[in-house]
Design a protein around this ligand. Structure first.
Ligand code: PEP
Ligand code: MN
Length: 469
């Protein structure tokens, strides 16, 4: 029998990546304030995402999970949010075109502030200082590394501001196929990429015009698949972050009625929803079976992701699934694999086979970013496009060989531009052939390196062409 769960039962377990606040009184005040603030998202939106992830599990939809490694308070601007959403929309459009399936879009946005670290300390000059753990914990500036509880409140308000702007963008027609050129495509300098993208937009517009002419409304099929109203205006768009800071996650966990599909049902059951994001994932460093994070995640009703890296044992993955999804509910769990191009062959087939044998329904997502980080000769954290593609193509192939299916992709990318209007230069290669000596030109990430606009579209076309075959 599992022990009883509550939003705070995680406190009885070891907390990996724990943050020590010097002022516990201040922390308590902030947490009680947070627990009175309104939810960012609602149970009906969360249920709709669960339903859509169950479509991914049945191979009827594809999942795109993407955004920054970490958001920052300073980067919370109109331009940055617009270009992030623009890139997610462009990417998904290319996928829809190739895969001929609805694409479920989940942004790493509106709350992705906390970062796990491999070490508590880092060396700056001859000093040892606390590591930077994300804007909701401490500051990037070496003089600002003491964890400050006020940053949790600040994270909440930056998340609400971001989400508010995303919602208004999407309800004002930004996602409409009549405006794809607003999605920052102007910044794509390669004529070939632009041409390819414009051909897709034209094809889709024609298809939509045709549907209208014969009396089928655009979006109708999405409604049928999703079973409800649009979540964020004209298209579905969901938010996510790593559920790392459990004190924060606990304050936004609220017991609320499960919206009933059958309105006439007189009995309303309740569940605990994390109302800070539609989707939360547990990181590769915090997924210990007996740890606090898995304990917290097992009790929330939201769809969840579990990062699966090369240190996850073959049977361990099923033991985690048994804990977080004992009833094997559809739409609940997404496994986000991130082994690295050199290790995927060794680990993925075993994980797929044990999950298949267990009968657990999961959506398999490939994160080709986190196992492929390297340091450039000048000391910058980077990733090579070829390694990203190599893990992704191996992942597609291995799923097919094992009689399984890749349901989606999880990427760190950005449509953000530097002050001089160029794409960022954080990852090597791609059709723009970004070289090591160019990395320093516009390196803006304060966390992991992100694919820029052109490199992201390269991946979108590669996947789209794969699915078209
Ligand atoms: C991340 O997604 O930013 C991350 C830290 O991933 P992982 O837990 O897989 O290392
Ligand atoms: Mn990252």
């Amino acid at each position: 029998m599992p022990t009883p769960w509550s939003p705070s039962s995680w406190k009885g377990k070891p907390v990996a990546q724990d943050v020590e606040y010097p002022d516990q009184g201040e922390l308590s005040k902030v947490l009680s304030k947070l627990s009175t603030l309104p939810p960012l998202v609602t149970p009906s939106e969360i249920e709709r995402l669960r339903q859509q992830i169950s479509l991914v599990q049945r191979n009827e939809a594809f999942l795109l999970h993407a955004g920054d490694c970490a958001e920052s308070f300073d980067a919370c601007t109109h331009e940055n949010i617009t270009s992030k959403i623009g890139l997610i929309l462009s990417f998904s459009l290319i996928l829809i075109w190739g895969a001929r399936k609805p694409v479920i879009r989940i942004g790493r946005i509106a709350g992705q502030y906390a970062k796990p670290r491999s070490s508590n300390y880092e060396r700056v000059g001859d000093k040892q200082i606390l590591s930077f753990r994300g804007d909701n914990v401490n500051g990037l500036d070496p003089s600002d590394r003491t964890p400050d509880p006020q940053r949790l409140l600040n994270a909440y308000f930056h998340s609400t501001t971001t989400l508010n702007y995303v919602r208004s963008l999407l309800t004002s027609g930004f996602a409409s196929l009549h405006h794809p050129r607003d999605w920052s495509l102007v910044h794509v300098r390669s004529p070939a990429l632009r041409q390819e993208f414009e051909a897709i937009v034209e094809g889709l517009s024609d298809a939509l015009d045709f549907s209208r002419t014969i009396g089928v409304e655009a979006g109708q099929s999405t409604y049928e698949h999703g079973g409800g109203k649009d979540v964020l205006g004209e298209i579905d768009f969901y938010t996510s972050h790593e559920g790392l800071m459990l004190p924060y996650e606990e304050t936004l966990t609220r017991e609320l009625p499960i919206p009933s599909a059958n309105q006439s049902s007189s009995e309303t059951s309740k569940a605990h929803y994390n109302t800070g994001a539609h989707f939360l994932w547990v990181g590769d460093r915090t997924r210990q079976l007996d740890g606090a994070h898995v304990e917290y995640f097992r009790g929330i009703r939201n769809p969840i992701g579990i990062k699966v890296g090369p240190t996850m044992g073959v049977d361990e993955v099923v033991r985690v699934l048994d804990v977080v999804n004992p009833d094997k509910e559809l739409g609940r769990v997404t496994l986000i694999t991130r082994y690295g191009a050199k290790k995927i062959e060794e680990h993925l087939p075993g994980h797929i086979r044990t999950v298949q044998a267990s009968g657990h329904p999961v959506a398999w997502i490939c994160d080709p970013m986190h196992g492929n980080t390297q340091t450039s000769s000048s000391g910058l954290k980077t990733r090579h496009f070829n390694n990203i593609i190599s893990e992704l193509t191996a992942c597609l192939r291995i799923h097919t060989e094992c009689g399984s299916r890749l349901g989606g992709v999880s990427l760190e990318f950005t449509g953000e531009l530097s002050e001089d209007g160029f794409s960022v230069t954080e990852c090597l290669g791609g059709s723009m052939e970004l070289k090591e000596e160019e990395l320093g030109l516009r390196y803006q990430s304060f966390c992991d390196p992100r694919l820029n606009f052109e490199q992201s579209l390269d991946i979108a076309f590669l996947m789209s062409n794969h699915f078209k075959k």
